[in-house]
Design a protein around this ligand. Sequence first.
Ligand code: SF4
Length: 265
Amino acid sequence: MMKLQFNTGSVLSEIKILAHQGKQYLPDVTAVEVPGIFRGRPVILATAGSSGDETDTQQLIDFCPTGAISGEPLSIDMGKCVFCGECQRAFPSRIRFTKDYRISSFTRNGLIVREGQDSPIVMDPKLVREEIRKYFSKSLKLRQVSAAGDNSCEWELNAAGNVNFDMGRFGIEFVASPRHADGIVITGPISKNMAEPLQICYDAVPQPKIIVLAGTDAISGGIFAGSEALDRSFLIKYTVDLYVPGNPVHPLTLINGLLSLIRGK
Ligand code: SF4
């Protein structure tokens, strides 16, 4: 009979490492205190602060370099915002950024935060196509397409799969081939040069397939919006299933958005 042999020293050293490092994954991705200077969902304060600053709406609109702030009603479009935080620094009595990272939306309009609104972004499950929950609730494979991205969102998407965020525990993974994927995640503003590769990649994904836009550049073109170097006609042809704002996106924003899409959580 074969004898099992244990190397006690090795086992003990493994236990010591586990005890030292603790749990590396975030047990609950819906309730994390994000450290540092992370800027999530913005809030436009309805009334002037204690400083008595009666900031003119037009001043705020003119101030934003990406045109994310607009009037009537005063609002911030998270699909255009690059989360630079300059408006908060210049007008602290009117704008502040919360650390709420659950800011994805099933609709483009859902990314718009209006004056006086300080509540989580609502994700209405009725807006999700029936086949998405039916086929992908337990397993979702995605092909990432960097369509002239600057590698910032791409890094964060990569991070979503690391030991800390551990997106794989939910059955969500990035795969190498579109033929093995259930959908695509687009980053970058979609340059003319990337328009055709994006189309080819999308065509190679079997039906039913989903489209996710990750990051400000993908959602609106970001600081490149209106550039002649872009060709965003792909987005006119197809319906986007999930918008994940951020510049770059935070892994927790992506994971929570995808979980809402496939499981309604
Ligand atoms: S954070 Fe920057 S991009 Fe966003 S609304 Fe403020 S100024 Fe505009």
